[in-house]
Design a protein around this ligand. Structure first.
Ligand code: KIV
Ligand code: ZN
Length: 496
């Protein structure tokens, strides 16, 4: 059996339909180019009949990228299919993705039809699409809850009608991995013309099983997987590209499945999706979450410092993350403390380290996370009482660069004042502080969370900045979101 798995990315279609994640055409082109660099085989660029904007995006993405196949979604409706073919005019390699519900619940309660009539509609739509393009993918919506016998009948009929790829979506994220794998296995063995098409897995994450189901489907013989970067998508999301790809890589000996993804581009692609879709990744998200390679317990830190593989099954640098991070907290051990001091150019002998560690534990009990400045203070090397704090902050709201911020910072006892304009109070504040500090840093991530909800709530701000490929985190908290932002930004800067 062929072992090459085709990666069908639907970040721009299933991902983009998430409320708040809509992209304009320019942003879609930027993301499509990144997906091309990542090495996906197919980009599902949109649902052209759904809006003029979606139509335009499919046209522009088709012009902007040349390697991947460009795919457009339709219902099993001739007008949808004609519009999709028009939108794909400029694509070097084009695919129409059409289909219809195949479960009894969809057939009787959504489509108000019968299995026979639905089968006929599916076949007609496939023939119609196949007259317009060479590659037709057919989706059997809600396949995960469909009767396997009817599904096999439908798959066989649409392959006869010219479908080249058959998508078996677990639309509602209902299946268990062994059930989904058994469904794919059933189709591989009960569809007489299955050798003329590729089965595709498309799983949703309503029960947190999307990735497991995808892998089960591939193990049963599917050779295309439909995924999104960061797992964004309808409701609880779709299978995450980075998880499925890294499972294939980590378990190559067992799965023997190949793909074309350049795994070094995983993290940059993840960051781009977060930035463009304004959808932060949960810190504990596998592969790309902020904590995915952060070690905070003493035993783990010691183990990682002795040999990374003690507690890491993936080298973060392989997926484009600069390095794993050792977070110094009250649970850190002497090994982690000594490692960080070493990075700061401080070498202590055994007794000095023990004494510093006792002081460190006292400090860590007071303060949740110990930064480099705290450490220098702790070992008596601080530059007197180093201070970097906001003295005052005044902002005037507005958009289109009419917002203003006036910031005063106490920097080692010396006050520095600056004013800046920005596209909002946060932007103006960040610009004012950056100018005062005179640093060349880039804001990589900005995340605001309300702690409990309510308009009088505390805002917790997390920022990540970078300088020369090194990342620094900062946190700030206040009832005033802009002040919390300024504190978080200064906290990160203090670590540069
Ligand atoms: O989840 C699903 O069933 C889909 C289809 C439209 C392919 O996204
Ligand atoms: Zn879907």
């Amino acid at each position: 059996m062929r072992n090459r798995v085709y990666v069908f990315d639907t970040t721009l279609r299933d991902g983009e339909q998430v409320p708040g994640c809509q992209l304009n055409t320019v942003e879609k082109i930027e993301l499509a180019r990144e997906l091309e660099r990542l090495g996906v085989d197919v980009i599902e660029a949109g649902f052209p009949v759904s809006s003029p904007g979606d139509f335009r995006s499919v046209v522009e993405v088709s012009k902007a990228v040349s390697e991947p196949v460009i795919c457009a979604l339709t219902r099993a409706v001739e007008h949808d299919i004609e519009v999709a073919a028009q939108a794909l005019e400029f694509a070097k390699r084009k695919r129409i993705h059409t289909g219809i519900g195949s479960s009894d619940i969809h057939i009787y309660h959504k489509l108000k039809s019968t299995p026979e009539a639905i089968l006929e509609r599916g076949v007609k739509a496939t023939r119609f699409a196949r007259n317009l393009v060479d590659e037709v993918e057919f989706y059997c919506e809600d396949a995960g809850r469909s009767r396997p016998e009817f599904l096999a009948q439908m798959v066989e009929a649409v392959i006869d009608a010219g479908a080249t790829v058959i998508n078996i979506p677990d639309t509602t994220g209902y299946c268990l991995p062994d059930q989904y794998g058994a469904l794919i296995d059933y189709l591989m063995n009960h569809v007489s013309n299955i050798d003329k098409a590729i089965l595709s897995v498309h799983c949703h994450n309503d029960l947190g099983l999307a990735t497991a189901n995808t892998i089960a489907g591939l193990r049963a013989g599917a050779r295309q997987m439909e995924v999104t970067v960061n797992g964004i998508g309808e409701r609880a999301g779709n299978t995450s590209l980075e998880e499925a790809v890294m499972i294939m890589r980590s378990h190559y000996e067992t799965l023997k499945l190949d793909h074309n993804i350049d795994i070094q581009r995983i993290y940059p692609a993840s960051r781009m999706v977060t930035r463009l879709m304004r959808m932060p990744v949960q810190p504990n998200k596998a592969i790309v979450g902020r904590n995915a390679f952060a070690h905070s317990s003493g035993i783990h830190q010691d183990g990682v410092l002795k040999n990374r593989e003690n507690y890491e099954i993936i080298d973060p640098q392989d997926v484009g993350i600069p390095a794993s991070s050792i977070i110094l907290t009250a649970r850190s051990g002497k090994a982690a403390l000594s490692h960080r001091l070493d990075k700061l150019g401080v070498t202590l002998n055994r007794e000095e380290l023990s004494a510093a560690y006792d002081k460190f534990l006292l400090m860590a009990d007071e303060k949740k996370e110990i930064n480099d400045e705290d450490l220098m203070k702790l070992i008596g090397q601080e530059v007197k009482q180093r201070v970097l704090e906001i003295e005052s902050l005044e902002v005037v709201c507005g958009s289109n660069d009419t917002a203003k911020a006036a910031v005063s910072i106490n920097r080692n006892g010396v006050k520095a004042y600056n004013e800046a304009a920005g596209n909002g109070p946060v932007d103006a504040t960040i610009k004012a502080i950056t100018e005062i500090m005179g640093l060349n840093v880039k804001l990589e991530e900005y995340l605001v969370q309300a702690i409990t909800g309510g308009s009088d709530d505390l805002a917790k701000v997390h920022v990540q900045i970078s300088q020369d490929d090194t990342f620094f985190h900062g946190f700030g908290c206040d009832t005033d979101t802009v002040l919390a932002t300024a504190r978080a930004y200064l906290d990160a800067i203090s670590k540069v």
